[in-house]
Ligand binder design. Structure first.
Ligand code: FES
Ligand SMILES: [Fe+2]
Length: 336
């Protein structure tokens, strides 16, 4: 039997991993990045479309990131072999015959939320995950500075569904009778938490003013590497607030986390003000909780030995991660 995927640094699950802001790759530019321990060349053709290939040229191993883009092809700096978006070598200047081995692994690439994302396979079964409330709508997305945590991303991703710590760490004395709905299909799982807000400290009282007596929020996990958080789902004053966390493992065993705030794009000058006000409130909600969690995830040696009934979302999450698919970026291959 294969070892578990959850919290296993040898395995990279199939999913969309964030690479860089879209604006970093202009038309006819190419650059290489380290993503999940792989060197990936990202380039934008003359048609404006972003493409991704494994970076090291099959001729002698030059990094394609120092090459250039000709039309919609990536061209190696060293001897000018050119590759299309399937990774097939289509031109070798010194000879007509192209050997069969002159081929690179191609990866699916997509632009969403102002970033370029890459998937560890030539074709991705689904696009980068979305919020239900924003599907098919124009959106505005603003990135915050990325941060790192000294643990595997599967561990720090569980923060949003750890019900006990809202009370103990964040002093948000939410009722513990959370209703939990989950739905695990196609690499995503949704958790919806709701309950009543108490009235016993300033944070709770402020929350009651903003939200009403009860609160609902949801956390969608996509492929164990993106967390989509929707807050204030039933607020009297504000529309739902959205942010996502894009997680990627670093070679050190740490996790890089890219926070991105997202809202529906409202038109006109008032719309602009509303968009940026809501993005600011989302950021402040995130900042209010972020620092308090940091020292946990920078020190944890995660080993769940005696989980309680209230930890059931964590158990569900671990099971969900363990049924994800391993990608070709994993060090550890599948064994029967
Ligand atoms: S090393 Fe790339 S073409 Fe020779
Ligand atoms: Fe937290």
């Amino acid at each position: 039997m294969s070892p578990a995927i959850f919290n296993n640094p040898q395995v990279v699950a199939k999913g969309w991993y964030v690479v860089c802001p879209s604006r970093h790759i202009a038309k006819k530019q190419i650059q290489s990045f380290d993503v999940c321990g792989q060197r990936i060349a990202i380039f934008r053709g003359v048609d404006g479309q972003v493409r991704a290939l494994e970076a090291y040229c099959p001729h002698m191993g030059t990094d394609l990131g120092i090459g250039d883009v000709v039309g919609n092809q990536a061209r190696c700096f060293f001897h000018h072999w050119a590759f299309d978006d399937t990774g097939t070598c289509v031109n070798i200047p010194c000879q007509k015959h192209i050997p069969a081995r002159a081929k690179l692994q191609a990866y699916a690439a997509e632009e969403k939320y102002g970033f370029i994302w890459v998937y560890p396979d030539a074709i991705a079964p689904k696009p980068v995950a979305e919020f239900d409330e924003l599907k098919g709508k124009d959106i505005v997305a603003i990135a915050d500075r990325p941060l790192s945590r000294k643990c595997h991303h599967h561990i720090c991703m569980m923060n949003g569904i750890d019900a006990q710590h809202f009370n103990t760490v964040h002093k948000l004395s939410v009722e513990m009778d959370l209703t939990l709905s989950r739905d695990a299909t196609d690499g995503t799982i949704d958790f919806t938490m709701s309950g009543d807000l108490p009235n016993n400290n300033w944070r709770s009282r402020l929350g009651r003013q903003l939200l009403g007596k009860s609160y609902t929020y949801s956390m969608r996990y996509a492929n164990g590497c993106i967390g989509l958080l929707t807050m204030l789902k039933k607020s009297r004053l504000l529309p739902p607030l959205h942010m996502l966390y894009a997680y990627s493992p670093l070679p050190t065993g740490e996790t890089n986390i890219q926070p991105i705030y997202v809202t529906r794009q409202r038109k006109g000058p008032f719309g602009w003000v509303a968009n940026h006000f809501l993005l600011l409130v989302t950021r402040l909600c995130y900042y209010a909780l972020r620092g308090e969690d940091g020292k946990i995830y920078d020190n944890i040696q995660f080993e769940p030995k005696s989980l309680l009934p209230i930890d059931q979302p964590l158990v569900d999450y671990i099971q969900y991660v363990n049924q994800l698919k391993r990608s070709c970026w994993s060090i550890e291959s599948e064994t029967p």
